[in-house]
Ligand binder design. Structure first.
Ligand code: NAD
Length: 460
């Protein structure tokens, strides 16, 4: 096997520009793990087997609009890997969804499930549409047509969807209902997670992504990750995005004693150094459609929020928010990636030079898929766990994963001279940067997939 994807990739951005294609970024991140995982370099072709998606589907969805017209939408589902178990990953409704974005998100799901040690591979899906311009009836018909078009490509033991940007519990209920109508007489609850509580959802799932991010941050600070910041309650925090991940992150960090100085959504941001009342901001958003206009706070452009003075910045919206363009102006001491892919490789390097740590997405937002896994287990067993049980299990998993990443980074830094030699052997361009927490997390996760792949072997 030879690489059809990338021969020699440059990790160092050339001429102050960087390629923001999420799948190129994912490949760069994969390449960064190579000096640390000898098996990838000694088994020719293994790199492509681990990195390339197992299956990529594109479907065209004719949907009846409220005005009687028909409109076609494009949907994607990428099953990245089933090396460690069935595919698992959210479905996104957004105008910018495309195949490369879905591929990258699916790859990150594979890594995330491995890092927190749940028995899933990775997948992701999306429909290119603007859900804010669509009625509930139209969204229901888009969802149902998408699930029927995917047919047997999803299933409780093969590929299990969940919520992502601009999809929610209602979308998951439609997915469950559609799949169930197509498979009568079976226990179909485990085909999708993030369902409403009344339809087999798990206690704790709606806030799980944010709750996981809070557990990770708390533990990172407890073990001295930022020496001058001992605990969350002493921190000022800004959160980009005020949806599932962002709202609950602001709410839970605030409940843990932190001061939320800024939040934003797609329309703009608000800043108040004295602290925002997160519940009142949510009431304002529910009443007006945005956090913008919240009384008493300074109004910001959407991206300005990223640069406000604070201890911890929580990007919880979309990819490519902190890039070569604005990384120099980030004022926080710690970035907690509640979103997937918000910091680019170029920005990673600038932030590392500025001694700003990044708790990477595959660790920081893994709480969502961990509780999705708990929902799946409950559905398979026809059980309902108590919320405190779910939270205790989640806390344990997130703290353990945090420790593993921090410990791995220390080991990689200590072995830097040796790994530089390995880097030169695989003839990558440029010098090997000092590994950060993202590299450590990816090395752990890719390593787990490499071991499983070699143990399984290839059949037929
Ligand atoms: P959501 O649809 O609930 O919320 C998205 C939020 O982002 C909204 O408040 C929206 O206004 C805001 N937003 C959109 N564009 C923006 C922009 N340009 N600037 C500022 N804000 C903007 O979505 P979500 O589920 O909270 O997902 C957010 C991120 O978290 C995504 O990267 C997603 O992949 C990731 N994530 C979500 C889950 C989950 O369980 N929902 C799990 C893991 C990771």
């Amino acid at each position: 096997m030879t690489s059809e994807v990338v021969g020699e990739v440059s990790y160092v951005p050339v001429d102050g520009t960087e390629d923001l294609n999420p799948n190129t970024i994912a490949r760069l991140q994969f390449e960064m793990t190579r000096p640390y995982i000898p098996e990838i370099n000694t088994h020719a072709g293994l790199a492509d087997w681990i990195f390339r998606p197992q299956r990529s589907l594109q479907v065209v969805l004719p949907v009846l609009m409220d005005d009687g017209s028909v409109r076609t939408f494009t949907g994607y589902r990428v099953l990245h890997s089933t090396i460690r178990g069935p595919g698992k990953g959210g479905i996104r409704f957004h105008p910018n969804v495309d195949l490369d974005e879905v591929k990258a998100l699916a790859y990150w799901m594979t890594l995330k499930c491995a890092l927190v040690d749940i028995p899933f591979g990775g997948a992701k899906g999306g429909v290119q549409c603007d859900p804010h311009a669509r009625s509930q009836g139209e969204l229901s018909r888009i969802t149902r047509r998408f699930i029927s078009a995917l047919g047997e490509n999803i299933g409780p033991y093969t590929d299990i969807p969940a919520p992502d940007v601009y999809t929610n519990e209602q979308t998951m209920a439609w997915i469950y209902d559609t799949y169930s109508m197509m498979h009568p007489g079976e226990n179909n609850l485990p085909v999708v997670t993030g369902k409403p509580l009344d339809l087999g959802g798990s206690p704790g799932r709606s806030a799980a992504t944010a709750q996981g991010a809070v557990f990770v941050t708390e533990h990172f600070l407890e073990i001295g990750g930022i020496p001058e910041l001992g605990e969350v309650s002493a921190a000022t925090i800004a959160v980009q995005g005020f949806g599932n991940a962002g709202y609950h992150a602001a709410r839970l960090f605030s409940a843990a004693g932190a001061t939320i100085v800024g939040v934003s959504d797609s329309k703009g941001g608000i800043f108040d150094p004295a602290g925002l009342d997160v519940r009142k901001v949510m009431e304002h958003k529910q009443a007006t459609g945005s956090v913008v206009g919240y009384p008493g706070a300074k109004l910001l452009e959407p991206k300005e929020l990223l640069e406000v003075p604070c201890d911890i910045l929580v990007p919880a919206a979309l990819e490519n928010q902190i890039t070569l363009e604005n990384a120099e102006r980030i004022a926080a001491r710690l970035i907690v990636e509640a979103a997937n892919g918000p910091v680019t490789p170029g920005a990673d390097r600038i932030l590392a030079e500025r001694n700003i740590h990044v708790l990477p997405d595959i660790l920081a937002n893994a709480g969502g898929v961990v509780v999705s896994y708990y929902e799946w287990v409950q559905n398979l067993e026809n059980q309902r766990w108590e919320e405190h049980e779910v939270l205790e299990k989640l806390r344990h998993k997130m703290r353990r994963a945090t420790e593993m990443v921090v410990t791995k980074r220390v080991a990689l830094v200590e072995g830097h001279e040796h790994f530089k030699e390995e880097w030169r052997k695989v003839k990558r361009n440029g010098d090997l940067p000092t590994p950060d927490l993202r590299v450590a997390a990816h090395v752990l996760a890719v390593g787990a997939n490499v071991r499983a792949a070699l143990q399984r072997g290839i059949w037929p």
